[in-house]
Design a protein around this ligand. Structure first.
Ligand code: N01
Length: 552
């Protein structure tokens, strides 16, 4: 047995998180290998290429903060960046920092096993790769393990079937085709207007009506961009200390403090501005008080009634099954307006459920809907799915899936007891998905890199979350959520979209600023809650490895 692992660290994933983690560790002198299932960098933005894919975070906030030169050069043209623009950005970052050579692409990690005796992990990717590493960092994305419901008869469908989460890289001809769209979350809301423009007809199969917020997509005023760029670093500094990773003022007044006219005026103004300004811009108690929530929900339902001309369709589109904001609110462009097109129709699956997919279309209780194309926008096994699908086995061969059978248990959303030297980025217990994600990713990466540096400096071979610390954090995550209306909804936040998944609140919603402070305090205090293991003295040997080392 070799006395040292092949690498100090293996990072799984080449999206925002994987790229920055590999860069950070390389700069800190660790021997690091990136492993990526796709043929190139991009992560979420590599796979989700469906027409209409855009980020909900505005362009100026959706980038790395540690590349001051690139942020000055990078053109900011539209309020929300499109998928091709974000992918181009990540490719540019990877090239500039010389990162692709540290990655093995086209390798889907499918086994991650701890060897207690050696004190390292073995990471395999089918027959593409088998390497050992002291540390493993999962940068697999919180929303990347796609969920494709198994409808009876789906394999017999004679038309084409696509998933928004793995859209083909190339044109999908839709003209003169009858398309069916299953799913009306953020992906379905974005793809629908494009499908309607391109296809002969679109039938939307809606299980749960959503509260969609208008994006108000627009071209950015170059003067605003110039002003922004002149102050970028100061804005970044402030952004780090916001709850959601976007520096906009939080509402200070509860709905109860306002008259009916003031509430309406406030909602109207937030709706006019769109996007985050509506999501975070109405009342301080919009997701904690049923009364305040009802005001926002009623406002959106009224808007749906105003926009959608067919009263029956408008009624089906009005959400009544959950409180506003408790399922992730999609941000859309012309979503409700699209239902006014003559080639778009809506099936309410709560009234008229899918019975099967036939060779010619989708049969619901009321009859068959003939289709040439079916598009699944049916979401993800969020936060835990992409990590569990790695088949992680920790100390004593314990499977992560078993350890999390009753719900994920983590310390700070970053470490798991029983799984030494394993770190998760934007996993369960992390605030990642409820923030502007790159800001949370940078925090996670820097904290993990800090801990690895500390362990190297002190000669520690292993770092492992203590059970008590993980229990305390896991309970805290639930407590914070319980003070809000979030747990009342059947959402992916609650794991409710995946049959059999434990129903616990997955992300930390106490705020990125609060979370950052806690992480900083823990680091400053020498990492209480984390057991550090015996000296090894083999970490951080001169970086020499190139991707492909150990590839089998
Ligand atoms: O997935 P979703 P998504 N039969 O889970 C329906 C991020 N994101 O890919 O609500 C019929 O939200 C399901 O119905 P229901 C963002 O964080 C960001 O759209 O479970 N329908 C729902 O309508 C987002 O929240 C961006 O009843 C079924 C839909 O499929 C997250 O990713 C863009 C079904 C799934 O909606 C996930 O969004 C896209 C079944 N068996 C995504 N199973 C931007 O930044 C599921 N559904 C712009």
């Amino acid at each position: 047995m070799s006395p040292t692992a092949d690498y100090d660290a293996v990072v799984i994933g080449a999206g925002f998180a994987g790229l920055y983690m590999v860069y950070r560790l390389r700069e800190d002198g660790f021997r690091v290998l990136g492993v990526e299932a796709g043929d190139g960098v991009g992560g979420t933005w590599y796979w989700n290429r469906y027409p209409g894919a855009r980020c909900d975070s505005e362009s100026m906030y959706y980038s790395f903060s540690f590349l001051p030169e690139l942020e000055q050069e990078w053109p900011l043209e539209e309020r929300y960046p499109t998928q091709p623009v974000i992918l181009r950005y990540l490719r540019t970052v990877a090239q500039r920092l010389g990162l692709p050579k540290h990655f093995v692409f086209g390798a889907r990690a499918d086994s991650v096993r701890w060897n207690d005796e050696a004190g390292w992990w073995t990471v395999r990717a089918g027959d593409r790769l088998a390497v050992t590493a002291r540390y493993v960092i999962t940068a697999t994305g919180a929303l990347s393990a796609s969920n494709r419901p198994q409808f009876a008869g789906a394999s017999l469908f004679e038309g084409e079937q696509y998933s928004t989460a793995s859209w083909p890289d190339g044109p999908v001809p839709l003209a003169s085709k009858r398309a069916g769209l299953i799913g009306t979350g953020s992906s379905g809301v974005q793809v629908l207007p494009e499908l309607a423009r391109q296809a002969q007809s679109v039938t939307v199969f809606q299980r749960t009506a959503q509260f969609v917020t208008p994006a108000r997509q627009e071209r950015l005023d170059p003067r605003l961009v110039a002003l922004w760029k002149a102050n970028y670093q100061e804005i970044r500094r402030r952004t780090k200390w916001t709850a959601g990773g976007i520096p906009i003022p939080s509402p200070i007044r509860s709905a109860a403090e306002l008259s009916a006219a003031e509430r309406t005026a406030l909602c109207e103004e937030a709706w006019r501005r769109g996007g985050i300004w509506f999501l975070d811009g109405t009342f301080s108690d919009a997701v904690t008080s049923l009364e305040a929530n009802a005001v926002v929900a009623g406002f959106v339902r009224a808007k749906i009634g105003e926009i959608v001309t067919d009263p029956d369709t408008a009624e089906k589109l009005k959400p009544w099954t959950h409180a506003w904001g408790t399922k992730r609110v999609p941000v859309g462009s012309d979503y409700y307006e699209t239902y006014n097109r003559p080639n778009v129709s809506l099936v309410d699956l709560r009234q008229d459920p899918i019975e099967e997919i036939t060779p010619r279309g989708i049969r619901t209780r009321s009859g068959e809907h003939p289709l040439d194309v079916i598009v699944y926008a049916t979401g993800f096994d969020a936060l835990t799915g992409s990590i569990e699908r790695l088949n992680v086995e920790g100390r004593d061969g314990e499977r992560l899936e078993d350890a999390w059978a009753g719900g994920p248990r983590t310390y700070l959303g970053l470490m798991v007891p029983g799984f030494p030297n394993l770190f998760t980025i934007t996993g369960p217990g992390s605030p990642g998905v409820v923030t502007n994600v790159p800001v949370a990713i940078e925090q996670h990466v820097e904290w993990i890199a800090g801990l690895l540096g500390y362990a190297r400096e002190h000669g520690h071979k292993t770092a492992e979350a203590e059970p008590g610390a993980a229990d305390e954090w896991t309970a805290h995550v639930q407590d914070v959520a319980s003070a809000t209306l979030y747990p009342t909804a059947d959402s992916w936040y609650m794991g409710a979209n995946i049959p059999g998944k434990p129903r616990v609140f997955l992300p930390y919603i106490g705020g990125l600023d609060v979370y950052r402070r806690r992480c900083d305090e823990i680091a400053a205090a020498g990492y209480p809650g984390i057991g550090m293991g015996t000296p090894a003295g083999t970490l951080g040997a001169p970086a020499a490895a190139e991707a492909g080392h150990g590839a089998g």
